[in-house]
Design a protein around this ligand. Sequence first.
Ligand SMILES: Cc1cc2nc3c(=O)[nH]c(=O)nc-3n(C[C@H](O)[C@H](O)[C@H](O)COP(=O)(O)O)c2cc1C
Length: 351
Amino acid sequence: MDAKVNFITLAVADVGASRAFYVDGLGWEPAFEAPGEILFISLSPTLVLSLWCAVSFEEEVGAIRAGSGMPPFTLAHNVESPEAVDVVLAEVIEAGGAILKPAVQRDWGGYSGYFTDPDGFVWEVAYNPGPIGASLMEAEGLLGRRSHRGVNEVVDAIRSRRSVGQGLLMGGPGLDHGVINEAVESARWAPNHKRTEPWRFYLLDEGRKARLADLWAAQLVRTGSKPERAEAKRGAWSGVSGVLVVTCTSAEDADEKTRLEDYAATACAVQNLCLHLWSKGIATKWSTAAVDDHEDFWPLLGHPREPAGTRIVSLVFYGLARELPKPHRKLGLADVLTDFRGAPLTDSGQG
Ligand SMILES: Cc1cc2nc3c(=O)[nH]c(=O)nc-3n(C[C@H](O)[C@H](O)[C@H](O)COP(=O)(O)O)c2cc1C
């Protein structure tokens, strides 16, 4: 027997009440139902929640054990962040569920709380930052479900965005290039000091995209790459769905600090752009490949030569992700955050 579960069947007192909570309240889709008798809700491609009228359950399975106390098991609904736990529990209250235990930080490193459904079945809503929790979330991301209804979508987009290599960025019917203009609109609302708005965006057409790939392959050969590698890069670059070149221009008399701030502002704009696209299901790759070393690069963008005070901040490759790379950070929150709250300030200024 394989280690798997395909149905979780709960014997419920009133299928109508269960329906009011799960379907009307939480918005879960019924996959099948016989009113008053049974309701199926698909939880994943291989797992169904079955809410079955207790009378029929007892006829088939036997008398239900009665007594006080909690049922001896819980169902868990895992989410991608502590904030998402709070959002889901708020939704549960709105749907008529009862909070059994408010969410708290757990000794095992996660954050979770409990609610009960109309029959007293106990659900845990959990954020599990460990490897198993992360792999569950990753699997759900791969299944295309990135954002729970009502979850803070900005946080979701920030944390689930990954750089996807050019070779994995494909086109397809799901790709709406019209979204790019909207994403540039979001990009240009990035913070910028002294209102310099230093960013410029160049959205390439098919011909220019192929030409950019040619220039990069040529540049790679010139700088000593093997022809096979250059050819592979040419194929990967020309095969992506789209490319946007983002540049930064500072005033000619701008000092070093202003130039740095202009670059920082443009980097914020690129991130806005990437997050906007990712929130619409379009993945990106930020590249700083030195294709602008090729003398034909600027003419490709309509400039006879590099415009004064201008540099490239990003070649943004975009498309639908064939697959998502694993998230990777070497440092944890505690490595990068010094939290002084609760640490008294001494005379010397040291904690
Ligand atoms: C300024 C900047 C330049 C980058 N340039 C490249 C690049 O030239 N080639 C590349 O493969 N990735 C490049 N990246 C993407 C990083 O490799 C990527 O962000 C990093 O591996 C972390 O992965 P994540 O974005 O999925 O979190 C760049 C990212 C930034 C912010």
